[in-house]
Design a protein around this ligand. Structure first.
Ligand SMILES: CC(C)(COP(=O)(O)OP(=O)(O)OC[C@H]1O[C@@H](n2cnc3c(N)ncnc32)[C@H](O)[C@@H]1OP(=O)(O)O)[C@@H](O)C(=O)NCCC(=O)NCCS
Length: 170
C-alpha cells in the first residue's frame, strides 16, 4: 500500500469510485492523501478542507479494521503540520466508534460534545497558535449552552460551504 499526497484538484481523477459525499469533499480540499494498492486501486483518502481545515477520512469497507485508517490520517496531519497549518478540525458522530478510536490515536482533542445532537467537535492543534485557538474554543464552549453552539456550528458550516462553492467556481 502506498500513500499519494496532493490537493483535491491534483488527485480529482483518482476519486471516481468513491461515494459522492467523499468525492465532493475530497476534490475541493487543500490537502488530500490517498491510499493506493500495489495493483493501483485507490481504496481510501483523507482530506483537509480549504478555509475551515475540516478533516474527513474514508476507506473502502474491505480495507477497514487493519490499522490503515490510523496510518492514513496520521500521514495527512503530518503533511498539514509540514505545510504550516495551525490546526485541523473534525466532527464525529458519537456512534462512530472506529472513527472516534482513530481520532484519539492520532491526537484529536475534544472541543465540545453535543450529546443531544449525537456528535463531537474535535481539533488537533499543530503549533502554538493552534493550541491557543483550541484553548480559546474549548473554554468558550464550556461556558455557552449546547443548543446555541450547535446552531453556530451549522451556520459556520453553511458559510464555509458557500465560500468554498464560490472559490471553486471562480
Ligand atoms: C474511520 C475509518 C477511516 C477508520 O479506518 P480503519 O482502517 O478501520 O481504522 P483502524 O483500523 O486504523 O482503527 C480502527 C480502530 O477502531 C477500533 N474499533 C473498530 N470497531 C470498534 C468498535 N465497534 N468499538 C470500539 N472500537 C472499535 C479498532 O479496534 C481499531 O483500534 P485498534 O487499532 O486500537 O485496535 C473507517 O472506518 C471509515 O472509512 N469509515 C467510514 C467513513 C467514516 O466514518 N469516516 C469518519 C468521519 S471523518
Amino acid at each position: 500500500m502506498k500513500f499519494i499526497v496532493g490537493s483535491g484538484e491534483q488527485l480529482r481523477d483518482k476519486l471516481e469510485t468513491f461515494p459522492k459525499k467523499y468525492k465532493d469533499a475530497f476534490s475541493s480540499s487543500q490537502i488530500l492523501v490517498i491510499c493506493v494498492t500495489s495493483d493501483n486501486k485507490v481504496v481510501g483518502g483523507c482530506s483537509i478542507a480549504k478555509i475551515s481545515n475540516y478533516a474527513l477520512a474514508y476507506l473502502k469497507e474491505e480495507y477497514r479494521g487493519r490499522g490503515l485508517g490510523t496510518k492514513l490520517e496520521a500521514k495527512t496531519y503530518s503533511e498539514a503540520r509540514r505545510r504550516g497549518l495551525d490546526f485541523v478540525a473534525g466532527a464525529i458522530h458519537l456512534w462512530n466508534l472506529p472513527a472516534l478510536h482513530v481520532a484519539s490515536k492520532v491526537g484529536y482533542r475534544e472541543v465540545v460534545q453535543f450529546r443531544d445532537f449525537g456528535y463531537v467537535l474535535m481539533m488537533i492543534p499543530l503549533n502554538v497558535k493552534g493550541k491557543l485557538v483550541y484553548t480559546f474554543l474549548h473554554e468558550l464552549c464550556s461556558r455557552l449552552p449546547g443548543s446555541f453552539l450547535h446552531r453556530i456550528v451549522l451556520l459556520l458550516m453553511s458559510v464555509v460551504g458557500l465560500v468554498r462553492q464560490r472559490t471553486s467556481v471562480s
